[in-house]
Design a protein around this ligand. Structure first.
Ligand code: GUN
Length: 270
């Protein structure tokens, strides 16, 4: 496929970051986000570090509220209530996953949709960050979508389902595949897909067992820690038109979308 930009996703993110940085520099008041972290897992710590680094680079104020692992749901709800009501933070996120014993859905519902930078609340007008980052990147690359076949592998509330909805909005023919899809059907849909978004957290799941359209676009959301380092859900170097790398791919676009959402809440669109 002839890509118009010839840019990697990392370069795209760097470019957009410069635009956002200039936009923020022109604002009278600095936008401010709070990041609530209750877990200690390596993945979440890496995500949070990345988010804090981005905020710093963009000129956005970010407060990390780190709570002990033993925090109860009731205690977390109190913190959320305070953040919902304060005049300091334009928005906030609660880093997922949460420790056992805390109901993630209850937490997502407790965040005031007006401050829900993640876009997880059903009444939020914002698009969740990972699908938003992906669709913005596909637009940037001018990937043809209308009438084309999209396959979303994974049906999570954070990625798979909202991603499928966004691709449908682009007039794509969307199929969601998941853990109960047969191997035969999986191979069939993948072979016919123009855009494949894979988000199942299984290192190297998409490999040379499958056949792909030569111009297919693979967007790899997975990131798994293996003995061989961080790996995506797709084996690197598949014979397709475009494949996003891991690490240094979708994760960067997700972090960018977080601040695009914050600026939407702030009242400046992009
Ligand atoms: N954990 C993994 N991705 C995300 C995300 O986009 N937002 C939050 N809050 N937690 C996450």
């Amino acid at each position: 496929m002839k890509l118009l930009s010839n840019m990697t996703i990392k370069e795209y993110v760097a470019l957009r970051k410069e635009e956002i940085k200039s936009l923020v520099a022109g604002l009278e008041r600095k936008p401010c986000i709070a990041i609530v972290q209750v877990n200690e897992d390596a993945g979440s710590c890496a995500y949070v570090r990345g988010k804090l680094k981005d905020a710093d680079e963009l000129g956005i104020k970010a407060d990390l509220i780190k709570l002990p692992l033993e925090t109860t749901q009731e205690e977390l709800l109190k913190v959320i209530d305070t953040l919902n009501q304060d005049d300091i933070h334009d928005g906030f996120i609660v880093q997922m996953p949460l420790p056992k014993g805390i109901d993630e859905e209850a937490i997502k519902l407790a965040v005031d949709p007006k401050k829900d930078v993640d876009g997880f609340h059903p009444l939020s007008s914002l698009v969740p960050c990972t699908p938003k980052g992906i669709i913005n990147y596909l637009h940037f690359e001018k990937i043809p979508m209308q009438g084309k076949n999209a396959v979303v592998i994974g049906r999570s509330n954070i990625v798979g389902k909202p991603m499928a909805k966004l691709l449908l909005k682009e007039n794509m023919n969307v199929t969601i595949l998941h853990s109960k899809t047969t191997q035969e059907d999986m191979a069939f849909y993948i072979a016919h897909a123009d855009v494949i978004v894979v988000a199942i957290g299984k290192a190297g799941f998409l490999d040379n067992r499958f056949t792909y359209k030569k111009d297919a676009v693979i967007v790899d959301v997975g990131i798994s820690r293996t003995d061989d380092g961080l790996k995506g859900d797709a084996l690197a170097g598949l014979p397709v038109g475009l494949q996003t790398p891991v690490p240094g791919g979708v994760g960067l676009a997700t972090r960018l979308a977080l601040y695009e959402n914050l600026l939407e809440i702030y009242g400046v669109n992009k």
